[in-house]
Design a protein around this ligand. Structure first.
Ligand code: AMP
Length: 494
């Protein structure tokens, strides 16, 4: 199928063609006609499926009749609101709207937290048709009366599951309350939990259900392996694996910040140059470490879960869980770093006896046992009592320090939804057994049982000043925003 067959405007077809897209992705082929027909839709699709163009193109087409070159703010009321969970996604969606709307004279502004609100206010006052926003900052604007949403015709909730996970439900409810009742609603989510269905049931009108297959389910492209090994032996086994498997690029996960540094030092002592990233590193340090890893200048990166959330490398062949996470969903997030873009990846976990219960939780989530691989001779035996916490082995009891005090974690609980940081706690995701939303026609071909996969949307642009601008004026494509790890503030916790 061609884009032209979707009855898109020539201005949009031209922009799409310039992107080099030859045919619509499945979500685009399904969503675009439904959105153009002004239906509410619930799209089950994750980042990487082309969902952004899937809602942006028809949104631009529907708003096209309102495009105006007038400089009067009154001629540019907010007509479409796109809510997203993070500033990275906001920047990414903004970039897409500008790209696909290159030849359509509509204005866009992006508003998210963590940066000066004044330029955003200025942008909004100038008049914009499309606003991409994170819920918390949008509430700030509503409170300051710097935005008027009374003429919104189209509402998009992108990555709705993530927004709920991050605690944005109250903010979303509040925002829904100020929108006109008559509007089109588009909701996208990687999973459909009870909460999502409840939310959808509250504000959507007979939504059409649209699903596409996951781009790369972990089961298809990632090989999982477990080495059962005493904690004190992990460092030696790790070095052996990196060498013997000739790992050209490997991302290694630990749970604690200090263990990331410690393990990187240990590897360096073993003659394996490694860098570490975690929430206590300055933004500059993390930028350098990540850039070097992405460009292949450094081949070993040790990371904590939060710091690694934004790492998006298309062909990362190896992920090693030096310590397995105590939250099963984090395992899925971690291995989502590999096996991307159709290339196979390997997820190797070094599991000590005290981590076995966490491994059981992961296997339960994955609905299968992870194959055990024999530890090479001489690398697995524990030498006597006390060997578990060897001098240089960063691994230790998963929840308690040797002194018995709780370990510091990478991201502390926060009272306000962390729109400009990573969500650190996830609630269990929805299950296949959930009853359907009233009025929703579930597609039997969609597999709700698959575990959540992290989005590849982890791009950020810390300094992006959201100025009002025509979506249009042709110009150079803005650089892709960089990874989300930069968003983690250096003094996040102890
Ligand atoms: P998204 O899922 O919206 O984050 O899109 C993932 C990637 O797919 C982006 O880099 C888009 O530029 C790209 N993309 C979107 N639509 C198409 C298409 N029809 N053909 C090829 N690439 C596309």
């Amino acid at each position: 199928m061609s884009f032209a067959a979707l009855n898109l405007l020539p201005e949009l077809l031209r922009a799409v063609e310039e992107q080099g897209y030859t045919e619509p992705t499945p979500i685009q082929a399904k969503a675009i006609p439904e959105i153009l027909a002004r239906h509410d839709i619930m799209g089950c699709a994750q980042t990487g499926t082309g969902k952004t163009a899937g809602f942006t193109l028809p949104l631009l087409q529907l708003l096209h009749p309102h495009a105006s070159t007038s400089t009067s703010p009154a001629r540019h009321p907010v007509r479409a609101l796109v809510l997203v969970p993070t500033r990275e996604l906001a920047a990414q969606v903004e970039e897409s709207v500008r790209t696909y709307g290159k030849y359509v004279p509509l204005r866009i502004a992006v508003v998210y937290g963590g940066i000066d609100i004044k330029p955003q206010i200025k942008a909004l006052h100038a008049g914009v048709e499309i606003v991409v926003a994170t819920p918390g900052r949008l509430i700030d604007h509503l409170e300051q009366k710097s935005i008027n949403l009374s003429q919104v015709q189209i509402l998009v909730l992108d990555e709705a599951d993530r927004m709920l996970d991050m605690g944005f439900m109250p903010a979303i409810t509040r925002i829904l309350g100020v929108l006109p009742k008559q509007r089109q609603n588009l909701l996208f989510s990687a999973t459909f939990s009870e909460e999502i269905k409840r939310l959808a049931g509250e504000f959507m009108r007979a939504p059409k259900m649209i699903e596409v297959a996951r781009r790369n389910a972990p089961a298809e492209l990632v090989t999982h392996q477990v080495y059962e090994v005493p904690a004190a032996k992990k460092a030696a086994l790790l070095a052996h694996l990196i060498r013997s498997r000739d790992m050209k690029q490997v991302l290694i996960f630990v749970r604690m910040k200090r263990d990331a540094d410690k393990l990187a030092r240990q590897l360096q002592r073993d003659g394996l140059p490694a860098a570490a990233i975690h929430g206590d590193r300055s933004q500059g340090e993390r930028t350098v470490a990540l850039d070097e890893f992405k460009t292949g200048q450094s081949r070993i990166l040790v990371a904590t879960d939060v710091a690694a959330r934004g790492i998006d490398i298309d062909q990362l062949p190896f992920v090693i869980n030096y310590e397995i996470p105590n939250t099963p969903e984090d395992y899925v997030h971690r291995i989502g770093r590999t096996g991307r873009a159709g290339t196979p990846g390997e997820a190797i976990s070094l599991v000590s006896p005290d981590e076995m219960e966490y491994l059981a939780g992961i296997e339960k989530l994955l609905k299968r046992a992870i194959p055990r691989v024999a530890v090479p001779e001489g690398l697995g035996e524990e030498r006597g009592a006390g060997a578990r916490h060897g001098r240089d082995a960063p691994s230790r009891s998963p929840t308690r320090s040797p002194a018995g005090a709780p370990e510091s974690r990478e991201a502390p609980p926060r009272s306000r939804p962390p729109e400009d940081r990573d969500a650190h706690r996830r609630r269990p995701r929805g299950s296949i057994d959930s009853p359907p939303v009233p009025g929703l026609r579930p597609d039997p071909s969609f597999d709700f049982s698959k575990p959540y996969e992290p989005s590849a949307s982890s791009k950020t642009e810390e300094t992006a000043a959201p100025a009002p601008a025509r979506v249009g004026p042709p110009g150079a494509k803005r650089p892709r925003p960089v990874a989300a790890i930069f968003r983690v503030k250096p003094k996040e916790n102890a």
